[in-house]
Design a protein around this ligand. Sequence first.
Ligand code: G3I
Length: 315
Amino acid sequence: DVPLRESADAKGKVIGTAAGGSHLTGARGEITGREFNWLTPENAMKWEAVEPSRGTYNWAEADRIVDFAQAHGQQVRGHTLVWHSQNPSWLTGGSFTPAELRTILQNHISTEMTRYKGKVAAWDVVNEAFNEDGTYRQSLWYTGLGTDYIADALTWARAADPAAKLYINDYNVEGVNAKSTALYNLVKSLKERGVPIDGVGLQAHLILGQVPSTLQQNIQRFADLGVDVAITELDIRMQLPATQAKLAQQAAEYKAVMNACLAVARCTGVTVWGFNDADSWVPDVFDGYGAATPYDENLAPKPAYYAIAESLGGT
Ligand code: G3I
């Protein structure tokens, strides 16, 4: 079989996977290196991971992932700088004035992006800013700094690494709906105001049988704003047990997502949120659901893997 990354390279597209330190060695490491041309650290670059106590940094796992990527000719998607979740307790439990919070956020963005300057091609600068109804999430950033935190974060990010592509990333924004329309309006207004924004990340944590029919249309409307679009965290979960029929349907749905992206020139490609079912976050969070990724728990490729390969023109 042709590795996915060879087919994707030939099309100039991203085929990525989320990865942790445990995906860089052994059988997992072989697949990570052979099949994917981009890596996203699944947890290693999140704030609680890199600065567990204030001013004390731990870059070990993130460095390992970046080093692996460089050694394997892969690009890295940095994930994520500004989020409501997985923040260190000194930050979430602290009481800071808005001015202090601004300085803390600017320092964080600048410190992390400077460390990986030239080694991280794209960053999820702002993650999950919206509620399902399209209002802003009441995160510590929104309540502390107001909506300006988004424009400020992007501006600081551009200053820290002018060559990196800057993204806003979210989930349940794959189809045309209230949340994706709020994101659309935000990106439109950022562009109009001259705030640096290069792309929109659609996470795509999908459910079998519920791939939005408006996916391609939605990708296209963002592209028409003059930004790139990336599918950043694709998985398609199903109620367990997985049957042949469900796995076949899943393969068709993986292909549909791939094709929706490939049909739009400004869609840079697709990253899966972990390549195998043994390591997927899904069963930990959704009771009774799983089998969401392209490889099974024994690291054997599933029909979904071959569907991705076909969509990329491989076999
Ligand atoms: O590192 C600790 C470990 O020390 C501890 O012993 C263990 C016990 O629970 O927890 C470990 O932390 C876990 C961490 O993953 C690292 O493995 C957390 O409990 C667990 O909650 C955390 O889950 C991650 C989740 O983000 C947190 O929100 C998942 O791995 C990761 O796949 C998931 O990824 C997110 C994206 O960042 C944003 N989009 C949604 C996506 C899925 O939730």
